[in-house]
Write a protein that binds this ligand. Structure first.
Ligand code: FA5
Length: 337
């Protein structure tokens, strides 16, 4: 009996030694099969306990089970040690190629906005900014929208408090600029704008670039000349524009500006619905009523203003079919630009 117990201890010790010394998974597996496999030394010894006389079985059985438990635990530990060495080795493998970090880029809207502003800067404009949360006064009243006038309905307004709203256009920057500066004024004001709109060409948050010129002797010819110079620079050198009568409370006369269809060049196609023209922006001569709000003398100066949809401009330039592509953050779309 004591011979068997000694044998158990000795096999267990040999197993522990073999597991500790195993330098790799193959060595360890060999050792496992030798001691713990179905025909392993410790397995057979444990099995042989059944052949002992009944009075010796409990003690021998307990010793064999403990040896099995200790040996299996040592095997598990050796497995973990080898796995860890493997991963450390992998971490130190200087021959592996490096992992490339994805390189970001400006969003198409930011790029378009910058491009638009740069064109106007080359034409003599400076860039100014205004707040996105506006007062009723700057967004409507000082732009000649009387309270309760139906012209306010055109701008699906998102209010954030009493007389406080998310600006529906960048035109409030016209008033803020004229309050601070004396003519001559040549500014563009890029920024975010908000309306309760949502379809394939309208987004609740979108972008505009406002333009304002107030100077001596400014006429509608200047408006058309500047916008034509912009269109040929932004789209292509032969892009034609046309002015179509319209209405804005803060310009008189007012005009929608269209560009010749970017797809068919004006012959008429599905994109321009056969008309040959695509709507680009709203514009007009500054209504002298505005000068009263900012203390300019309409007998001395005149001016024009325009409001350009940046998202619309990007859609036209790059042939985008749905404005939502710009805001879904899908890299497969964004990486094309
Ligand atoms: C205005 O917002 C005027 N403030 C423009 C203006 C400025 C006129 C100065 C005269 C003088 P309108 O509502 O048409 O006008 O909008 C101008 C442009 O913004 C549109 O041509 C369109 O390109 C774009 N736009 C309007 N609503 C949305 C929207 N929900 N999503 C994307 N673009 C929009």
């Amino acid at each position: 009996m004591s011979g068997l117990l000694e044998k158990i201890v000795s096999i267990q010790n040999s197993a522990l030694q073999a597991f500790n010394q195993a330098a790799n998974s193959q060595d360890l597996e060999k050792a496992r099969v030798e001691f713990l496999g179905t025909k392993g030394r410790l397995t057979e010894l444990t099995r042989s306990v059944g052949t002992l006389p009944a009075e010796e079985r409990p003690q021998a059985g307990q010793a064999a089970n403990e040896a099995l438990k200790t040996t299996k635990a040592a095997h598990q530990k050796a497995l973990e040690r080898i796995a860890e060495t493997k991963s450390q080795k992998a971490a130190l493998d200087v021959t592996l190629p490096g992992r490339r970090r994805p390189v970001g880029r400006q969003h198409l809207i930011s790029r378009t906005m910058t491009e638009i502003c740069e064109i106007f800067e080359r034409l003599g404009f400076t860039v100014v900014e205004g707040p996105e949360v506006e007062t009723d006064y700057y967004n409507f009243e000082a732009l000649n929208f009387p309270a309760d006038h139906p012209s306010r309905d055109m701008q699906e307004t998102l209010f954030v408090g009493n007389k406080l709203l998310l600006r529906t256009h960048t035109s409030p920057v016209q008033i803020r600029t004229m309050e601070k500066r004396r003519p001559p004024v040549w500014i563009v004001a890029p920024g975010k704008t908000y309306r309760r709109d949502d379809d394939i060409t309208h987004s609740p948050m979108f972008h505009q670039v406002e333009g304002l010129v107030v100077d001596k002797g400014i006429t509608m010819a200047d408006l058309k000349g500047i916008l034509s110079a912009f269109a040929t620079s932004f789209f292509s050198p032969d892009t034609a524009i046309r002015l179509r009568p319209s209405f804005f409370p803060f310009t008189e006369p007012s005009a929608e500006v269209d560009i010749a269809c970017v797809l068919c060049g004006g012959r008429g196609c599905r994109l321009c619905k056969g008309s040959g023209w695509l709507e680009l922006l709203g514009s007009g001569m500054v209504d002298p009523a505005l000068y009263k709000f900012v203390g300019y003398d309409p007998r001395e100066v005149s001016g024009f203003a325009f409001g350009l949809g940046v998202d619309r401009a990007a859609m036209l330039k790059y042939g985008l079919s749905n404005i939502r592509h710009l805001y879904e953050g899908d890299l497969r779309f964004l990486e094309q630009f």
